[in-house]
Design a protein around this ligand. Structure first.
Ligand code: MLT
Length: 408
């Protein structure tokens, strides 16, 4: 008899974004004449940067010829991309990260979801609330939690991110082993200062904990005083893994390329308390379960770091930030409190006492606008909705006019 991993039965319904997509599809079927504007899932809408497209074309042509054809590449990524990443994303900001500490992959979702399998099922996990659901669900699947009760899984240490702490969680009041952080934050759009991040690094060093730092939205930071990488904080290399993505800066959501940084100094422990490097463990997992990102896609990602690529990425993220500013301005004019939207493509809106899903349904029915209900990201998200800036400026203008009308 084939028996299942019963931890899967603890999971709540379907994955948040599939759930929303189903509701929207049903609404569209029932209202075929309605024009729907999607400001829900953070999926980009603009074409790939020209520098990336050119590199992609050239790489495809190389693949057509025996002499320049590429079969299996290195699982960790080609040196040309790992070197470009290390130099541009880290060394240029004073973070001493080497090319062989970069692991290229097909997505930060997969990497943030997969990395937990390296750690004991006994590890005490601290997860923000609200949170990108992948961190939590993958720990549920692995059996690191008890049942779901009263909106939360037993056994998880929740890091409340609420108005009172400006959506930057306080340090845990008890000892935890594995800490998930994401800044600029998904879903709230909040940011963290270097001083605040240092308190987390210090906590992890004192408690032999590990921080999993998701920096998928760093390209939206315009305030130069804010850290783009956790490795800008002294000592972070010993206690932190960082996740990055080409999805949101270069529009690779459908193209797929990301990377994870595991510094050689990053230390973890066995049950006897003996030290181990995390790097070879992640390398072992990566080589066993992953066969690398395709050569043309890695060439396209490398082009992000060319002079033309850098300018185009800046223009692309500026475009979405202009949308975010418009959303923020309009929602504020309607009298709603919000956070995010300055150094982030997400705006987290306090629904003034409305239930998140009711707010979602109201915006869909009355304005034809799709948002993401805050409660889908956790108990602390109840009463909030998230609007994403990933759409055309014209659609965002139209959406905000319709929302204003609907809320009047
Ligand atoms: C989101 O909307 O939270 C993100 O787009 C989801 C993701 O990147 O997987």
């Amino acid at each position: 008899m084939i028996t299942i991993n019963e931890h899967y039965l603890k999971l709540q319904a379907s994955y948040l974004f599939s759930d929303i997509a189903k509701r929207v599809a049903t609404f569209q079927e029932q209202n075929p004449e309605k024009d729907i504007i999607k400001l829900g899932i953070g999926d980009v809408t603009r074409g790939l940067p020209a520098a990336c497209v050119q590199a992609l074309h050239e790489a495809v042509d190389e693949m057509a010829v025996d002499a320049s054809f590429h079969g299996y590449g290195p699982e960790q990524g080609y040196d040309f991309l790992r070197t470009a990443i290390a130099e541009n994303d880290f060394q240029s900001r004073g973070a001493d990260i080497a090319a062989d500490e970069i692991f290229v992959s097909d997505g930060a979702k997969c990497d943030t979801g997969n990395i937990q399998e390296l750690f004991s099922t006994e590890a005490v996990v601290a997860i923000p609330d609200p949170v990108y659901p992948v961190y939590l669900d993958t720990n549920v699947m692995a059996g690191r939690t008890g049942e779901f009760a009263d909106g939360r899984y037993q056994g998880i240490y929740y890091l409340d991110s609420v108005k009172d702490n400006s959506f930057v969680p306080d340090l845990p009041s008890k000892k935890v082993d594995l800490i998930y952080l994401c800044f600029p934050n998904n879903p709230t759009g909040s940011t963290i200062t270097k001083e605040q991040l240092k308190t987390w690094v210090d906590y992890a060093r004192e408690n032999k904990a590990l921080i999993l730092f998701d920096a998928a939205y760093e390209a939206f930071i315009r305030d130069e005083s804010l850290p783009k990488s956790i490795y800008e904080v002294e000592g972070a290399k010993e206690v932190a893994v960082e996740f990055r993505s080409f999805s949101k800066n270069a529009g690779f959501t459908g193209t797929r390329c990301a990377y994870t940084v595991v510094p050689k100094e990053c230390t973890v422990y066995d049950s006897k308390g003996d030290k181990h490097q995390l790097h070879p463990l992640w390398n072992r997992r990566h080589c066993t379960k992953f066969n690398g990102v395709s050569y043309p896609i890695q060439k396209a990602a490398e082009a992000v770091y060319s002079e033309a690529g850098k300018a185009q990425i800046n223009e692309l993220t500026d475009y979405y930030l202009k949308n975010a500013a418009l959303i923020k301005k309009e929602i504020t004019a309607l009298g709603f409190d919000s956070v995010g939207g300055d150094n982030s493509p997400y705006i987290w809106i306090d629904g003034q006492g409305r239930d998140s899903w009711e707010f979602f349904d109201m915006l869909l029915n009355k304005a034809g606008v799709v948002c993401t209900p805050g409660s889908g990201f956790g108990k602390c998200g109840q009463g909030y909705i998230r609007l994403s800036a990933f759409n055309s400026y014209e659609n965002v203008e139209k959406a905000m006019a319709r929302i204003s009308q609907a809320l009047k």
